[in-house]
Design a protein around this ligand. Structure first.
Ligand code: FPP
Length: 239
């Protein structure tokens, strides 16, 4: 039985369908979804999870209708305004990964403030991926590596060396990915970082993914045998 994961990554999918099923506008689904973030962050701290990384907005999400994009940006601002005090009290360190320069200045300002004012916290590292894409992260890391190693040919780069240039360089790789909303894909999330992550997919829409559902995912994770390329026998022998 594995102990609880140290790092959980989540793709919070199904807000729109949750709303549609209730004949409500998609925006209502996002409002419910944002409210749910708080309860899942709490659930993670209760289970001793140290790192939680949430996919809030992908580089592809700009293609959504303008009013939906603006609802998501407003919700992000509201979340930071409402939760900063709570995060500070609860020992949560907030960080954002992704290309933040595309966000409106009022949002960028709040992100920087939240990062600054929670920078000394260690109980839970909450990382929000926004305007983030796994391919963007890998290409950016490669460029940074090439800038730092101008005379070394790329094939000589060790995978571990690239890790130091990814936007998650100071986070361990995720142990568990939870994706809600019934789809079984990675959607350009932490592609490099999830090479050995256990993948958990549930049909539950994100607004309904509560602490009980989280416990179910943790229980499933507890039963996984993590081989990291080895055989069952080697793992059992503790090699
Ligand atoms: C996927 O549902 C969800 C998103 C693209 C946005 C996730 C955002 C939140 C949960 C709210 C804001 C987050 C924070 C951290 C404050 P979907 O719209 O793709 O749903 P669908 O697949 O049912 O249409």
């Amino acid at each position: 039985m594995n102990s609880n994961p140290k790092h959980i990554a989540m793709i919070m999918d199904g807000n729109g369908r949750w709303a549609k099923k209730r004949l409500l506008p998609r925006a209502v689904g996002h409002v419910k979804g944002a409210a749910n973030v708080r309860s899942i962050v709490q659930g993670c701290t209760e289970h001793g999870v140290e790192f939680l990384t949430l996919f809030a907005f992908s580089t592809e999400n700009w293609r959504r209708p303008e009013d939906e994009v603006s609802t998501l940006m407003d919700l992000f601002i509201q979340y930071l305004d409402k939760e900063l005090v709570e995060m500070k009290e609860a020992g949560i360190r907030f960080r954002l990964i992704g290309e933040r320069s595309a966000f409106m200045p009022s949002l960028q300002m709040r992100i920087e403030k939240a990062e600054r004012e929670t920078s000394q916290n260690t109980k839970l590292h909450l990382t929000v991926a926004a305007n983030y894409g796994g391919q963007w992260d890998i290409l950016r890391a490669m460029q940074l590596w090439l800038d730092a190693n101008p005379n070394t040919p790329l094939p000589l780069m060790e995978p571990q060396a690239l890790k130091n240039y990814l936007s998650t360089s100071d986070l361990p790789d995720p142990d568990l990915l939870i994706r809600t909303g019934g789809e079984s894909r990675m959607s350009n999330f932490l592609l490099w970082q999830m090479a050995y992550t256990e993948l958990y997919f549930t049909d539950t829409y994100w607004p309904e993914f509560d602490k009980v559902e989280l416990e179910r995912a943790l229980e499933w994770f507890g039963k996984r045998v993590r081989r990291f390329g080895q055989t069952d026998e080697q793992v059992l022998a503790g090699n």
